[in-house]
Design a protein around this ligand. Structure first.
Ligand code: S3P
Length: 431
């Protein structure tokens, strides 16, 4: 069982946006609290490379914004590490700056698709040239010759991606007229909320998200709620493991991020929500108690709303009483690793009957899990999902490469150990 209360780390997605908006804005921005996740540090490094001063004060990050005019051409490559959000959103922001820059990436990110941002940003007038593996001109490192103003764009997203939408919205701040982004399936709206909080004119209209070119002004403080995608691991652990009761406090409850709660409710989970604030980003409490789960059928249109929770939802399906089918998962193949492959391999090793009826689908026979030696495939969400599976399993599970959780949640195993019975979660150094 898992029992107790927990505050998960600040939301990574919101932090990236706060840093980029704070760097473009005039005025001091206090981002509170600031996480120790590696990905957020990468975004901070990018804006430091553009000459933005910052300091850590207690749990807060202070950014001294002086407006976009004060950004300086970087003297070296801006290294994005393994953070896709850093690279894609920064590319949008840099497309609209009147200087050249180069975004570089660690090998795992350098393989992930970038054509999806290069195409619209080039249509806005930026020159972007990749020099990636096998001479692929869309893969990092990306050399960007920014330009101001850019051309306004009317664009329908060919893939449901908040990162692509956000890259265009950041670029559109520097355009010569209003731009519109049309989403066929809604994705997380943190960029729209963040830019509006910094004074941009951005509105969701029936025909798309419309944004006017705008100079940003800092609202002063940006409060970052707990990361709902990190909370999802504990929500599922609380539902699956008999005798559990978990209270998660200060969690982001943005409706575009918590579709996984509705899906778990559809599977029979009883989840109690209490919204405490609905400022820029709503947040509040989530309370779960263990409950038998029914199988799930997930449609492709539901996937963008649970894109980061699919691995842990697969674990929930592995413990449900029947056959689950999840369709339309192709985007999972382009995350830090191919998350269909990493989860199928891990769950199969744990005795689950799991197949891929199509390239973008999985079929999972629920029943139960047996402890095994599994592999994170260097993917933080695979590692954390398999850890929850391991707690729900009979016998001992070992996760190779579990340290990759530092990307989003360095203290994950300590938090899990705190809620689990003594000795149930052992960290490598305690072996
Ligand atoms: C993110 C959007 C999603 C998500 C990623 C973070 C963001 O990626 O998987 O972890 O912060 O905008 P895509 O937009 O590529 O689906």
């Amino acid at each position: 069982m898992v029992k107790g209360s927990l505050s998960v780390p600040p939301d990574k997605a919101i932090c990236h946006r706060a840093v980029l908006a704070g760097a473009l804005a005039e005025g001091t921005t206090r981002i509170q609290p600031w996480p120790d996740a590696e990905d957020c540090q990468r975004t901070l490094d990018v804006v430091k490379g553009l000459g933005v001063a910052s300091s850590l004060r207690g749990a807060s990050l202070i950014l001294e914004g002086k407006g976009w005019q004060a950004l300086q051409a970087p003297k070296a490559d801006l290294f994005c590490g393994e953070s896709g959000t850093t690279l894609r959103l920064a590319a949008g922001m840099l497309a609209g700056q009147p200087f050249a820059s180069r975004l570089s990436a660690a090998p795992s990110l350098a393989r992930r698709p970038m054509r999806r941002i290069v195409t619209p940003l080039q249509a806005m007038g930026a020159r972007i040239t990749g020099s990636g593996a096998a001479g692929d001109e869309s893969l990092p490192p990306l050399a960007i010759e920014g330009r101001r103003p850019l051309k306004a764009l009317h664009y329908t997203l060919p893939v449901a991606s908040a990162q692509v939408k956000s890259a265009i919205l950041f670029a559109a701040l520097a355009a010569d007229g209003p731009s519109t982004v049309v989403e066929l399936h809604p994705t997380r709206d943190h960029t729209e909320r963040m830019l509006a909080a910094f004074g941009a004119d951005v509105q969701r209209k029936p025909d798309g998200i419309r944004i006017e070119p705008s100079a940003l002004r800092s609202p002063g403080e940006i409060r970052i709620p707990g990361d709902s995608s990190s909370a999802a691991f504990f929500v599922v652990a609380g539902l699956l493991i008999p005798g559990s009761e978990v209270l998660l406090e200060g969690v982001g409850l943005n409706p575009t991020r918590i579709a996984f709660l509705r899906i778990l409710e559809r599977m029979g989970g009883r989840i109690h929500l209490a919204v405490e604030s609905s400022g820029v980003e709503p947040y509040g409490q989530i309370l779960v108690r263990s409950q038998p789960l029914q199988p799930l059928t997930l449609k492709p249109t539901e996937v963008p709303g649970v894109i980061d929770e699919l691995p842990i939802l697969m674990v929930a399906c592995a413990c449900a009483s029947g056959t689950s089918e999840l369709w339309g998962l192709s985007e999972l193949r382009f995350k830090e690793t191919d998350r269909i492959a990493s989860m199928v391999a891990g769950l199969r090793k744990m005795g689950v009957s799991i197949t891929e009826p199509e390239h973008d689908a999985v079929r999972i026979e629920g029943g139960g899990l047996t402890g095994a030696l599994v592999d994170s495939a260097d993917d933080h969400r695979t590692a954390m999902s398999l850890a929850v599976a391991g707690l729900a399993a009979k016998g001992t599970t070992r996760i190779a490469g579990a340290e990759c959780v530092r990307k989003s949640y360095p203290g994950f195993f300590l938090d899990l150990a705190r809620l689990a019975p003594p000795g149930a979660v052992r960290l490598p150094e305690s072996d």
